[in-house]
Design a protein around this ligand. Structure first.
Ligand code: XIL
Length: 341
């Protein structure tokens, strides 16, 4: 009898969870959420299907490449190339979406002329930040000022900025941003913060240190490029709590859930997609626990699998987002949506 009860409850549970997926009607995520729901894309990926999906579900845009140093200033002598970034700003505004600026200082996607620059790197860093923030002062009110400055063990990552300016480049960048646009919300952004405690502690120490030096750091971006097996939800909860308890807003800034993190799968199964749905559900549920004043929002790194960076960047099949190659909602969408309700 007991076995029968157990068996039927398992069956009922299973049936319910399947049912939820089947009846998962598409409703606007931004309308369901009590915090901003963002997505990253760039002009190169922009197409009518993406545009429709973005407009319906999202109220924040992070340009995935257009605001990086290499995109804006490809040639040293030439002027800044604002066209793509300007277009994206225009698109976001036409959808009444806010824009999150990504990113001012990073070790990657710098102009090819940067290593051979003969001038003063400190002035260059400051004037770059000043140029970008001044141009977008009326349109972009939050920035990832420094991206990925730390190794997983908490030490500073080697980068051209560290080599040229020493550890203080981080302060210099935040100071330049704060001076150029005092009204802007400034973020430190990095990956693996959910499960590399030394890296997280170093990020917190760095941001607290900046605050002590008078910089009003708004928050920390946890990129959240995660996979089916990780992070452990308890670990994620602890990491998130550490951030807001230290007084920083939390941004899940680049969320995607890889279904092929090791690159060994040749096909993606329905089981993978169901597991992914559960992962999105858990991740959003953890985010819901953040007190409202520390919720900056959740941003997915792309809109649909057609525009995801994962397959091209890691050279593997993958499907990390809420919408599929044709921008139809996936089980992942249901997981995200169910967590919002
Ligand atoms: C990615 C872009 O999406 C790709 O188009 C580009 O080729 C490489 O960079 N962490 C970040 C983002 O902070 O800027 C990266 O974006 C993804 C990883």
């Amino acid at each position: 009898m007991r076995l029968f009860v157990l068996f039927s409850s398992v069956l009922i549970l299973w049936a319910c969870s399947k049912e939820r997926v089947k009846n998962c009607e598409e409703e606007s995520l931004k309308d369901l959420a009590t915090y901003p729901i963002g997505a990253a894309f760039d002009l190169d990926e922009y197409n009518p299907a993406l545009a429709d999906k973005f407009r319906f579900h999202f109220n924040r845009l992070t340009p995935s490449n257009a605001l990086k140093f290499r995109s804006l200033k490809p040639s040293r002598q030439g002027h800044y190339q604002w066209q793509k970034a300007d277009s994206l700003v225009g698109i976001a505004k036409s959808y009444h979406a806010r824009i999150h600026g990504h990113t001012l200082v990073w070790h990657r996607q710098n102009p090819s002329w940067l290593p051979d620059y003969k001038g003063d790197y400190k002035t260059l860093l400051q004037s770059h930040i000043d140029s970008v923030l001044s141009r977008y002062r009326n349109d972009i009110h939050s920035w990832d000022v420094v991206n990925e400055a730390l190794n997983d063990d908490g030490s500073l990552r080697s980068s051209i900025w560290l080599r040229k300016l020493g550890a203080d480049y981080i302060y210099l960048a935040f100071k330049a941003a704060a001076d150029a646009d005092p009204g802007s919300e400034l973020f430190y952004n990095d990956y693996n913060l959910a499960f590399a405690p030394k890296k997280l502690d170093a990020a917190l120490a760095l941001c607290s240190g900046l605050r002590k030096r008078g910089i009003d750091v708004a928050g920390i971006g946890m990129q959240m490029h995660v996979g089916l097996g990780f992070p452990d939800i308890q670990e994620l909860t602890t990491a998130v709590e550490k951030i807001w308890k230290a007084g920083f807003k939390v941004h899940f800034s680049e969320l995607d859930v890889s279904v092929n993190i090791y690159g060994n799968k040749k096909v993606i199964s329905n089981e993978d997609l169901d597991e992914q749905r559960e992962k999105f559900y858990q991740v959003v549920s953890v985010y819901n626990q953040v007190p409202r004043q520390y919720q900056f929002g959740i941003t997915t790194w792309g809109v649909g699998d057609a525009d995801s960076w994962l397959p091209a960047f890691f050279d593997r099949i993958d499907a990390g987002l809420l919408f599929d190659e044709a921008y139809r909602p996936k089980p992942a969408y249901c997981g995200f949506k169910n967590a919002l309700q």
